[in-house]
Design a protein around this ligand. Structure first.
Ligand code: PRT
Ligand code: ZN
Length: 283
């Protein structure tokens, strides 16, 4: 039975479960369970600490895993990165006390840097010819400079709020991460077919994200212009209305440009504009 390892609790747990739900895989999310079977898909879900996921996938205990790219890079296990999933975005950065007059990465020469990501940091220091001492800490890295344990930190940053509240500034963004789907290098043909079906569904879910369905009434004379404003997957759907000289147009629009498009459509006479959520798009 193909297994997928996901984080049992923590930042990626909810979104990993939601991603599986989104692709029609109903997960029994009682977190007390270590292993749970999926009812409507040939898959078992294994709940683990994120640190253990790359190793468990590399040794084949689970064929698949969802984990931060940072963990995969840090642990160095040989696994296939099958898909970036578009959630859990963060970066690992070097940060220093804000009073320091920082001129560039050479500042780190001879300094002590606290981190939970020694391997990624080693790679960066080597690439930049910096000799620094790495202090490995597994939690609350951001307090290390104030506690006198280190001169700087190398830690995960997302909004930057934690750095600010600890009097630190981010000076080098070193590694960009997000949640990824990883796979064992030697999964069977049968498991590969299951993975392919999952990937097909994931692509559709990612494609549907941040898109809205838009419909409106429009003077027939404006259809050409509206088609330019709303380039759809192939072309927008246009239907005549009972009222002479009017038609209805349906299309898909990126949420980011929604209000800008609405303004343009109103300017060419669009009325009765409806914007609806999309559940799935199969391109
Ligand atoms: O118990 P387990 O070992 O499974 O979990 P964990 O405590 O090791 O990891 P967890 O749940 O904190 O994070 C899991 C994964 O989420 C990480 O490996 C990253 O891939 C991803 N991720 C995304 C983050 C963040 N954003 C994040 N902001 N992981 C941690 N943080 C922490 C960071 O360490 C720092 O303390 O949040 C703080 C910074 O956040 P901002 O927003 O203040 O900058
Ligand atoms: Zn962890």
């Amino acid at each position: 039975m193909l297994r997928i390892a996901i984080q049992s609790k923590g930042r990626l747990n909810e979104e990993s479960t939601a991603m599986l739900q989104e692709i029609g895989i109903s997960v029994d999310d009682s977190k007390r369970k270590f292993l749970s079977k999926v009812k409507n898909f040939p898959l078992e879900v294994l709940y683990m600490r994120d640190d253990d996921i790359p190793g468990i996938v590399a040794n084949g205990t689970a064929g698949l895993g969802i984990v931060g790219l940072n963990e995969v890079a840090e642990k160095g296990f040989d696994v296939k990165i099958v898909k970036k999933l578009g959630f859990g975005g963060c970066r690992i950065s070097l940060a220093i006390p804000k009073a320091v007059d920082y001129q560039g990465p050479q500042w780190f020469n001879g300094k002590r840097i606290a981190t939970s990501y020694p391997e990624i940091l080693k790679g960066y220091l080597k690439e930049n010819n910096i000799e620094a001492k790495i202090e490995v800490i597994t939690g609350s890295v951001e307090i290390a400079p104030a506690a006198g344990i280190a001169d700087a930190i190398f830690d995960i940053v997302s909004s930057g709020g934690t750095l600010v509240s600890n009097g630190l500034v981010e000076v080098e963004k070193v590694f960009f991460s997000e949640a990824v789907l990883i796979a064992n290098n030697d999964i069977t043909e049968e498991d590969q077919a299951i993975l392919d079906e999952m990937l097909f569904r994931i692509d559709s879910a990612i494609f549907s994200r941040d898109k809205k369905y838009i419909l409106m009434n429009l003077p027939a004379a404006s259809v050409e212009e509206a088609t330019r404003i709303l380039p759809s997957m192939r072309s927008p759907t246009v239907m005549p209305l009972a009222a002479e000289g009017w038609c209805a147009m349906h299309s898909v629009v990126e949420e980011a440009s929604l209000w800008e498009k609405i303004a343009q459509l109103k300017a060419i006479g669009a009325e009765g504009i409806l914007v609806l959520n999309i559940d799935k798009i199969i391109p």
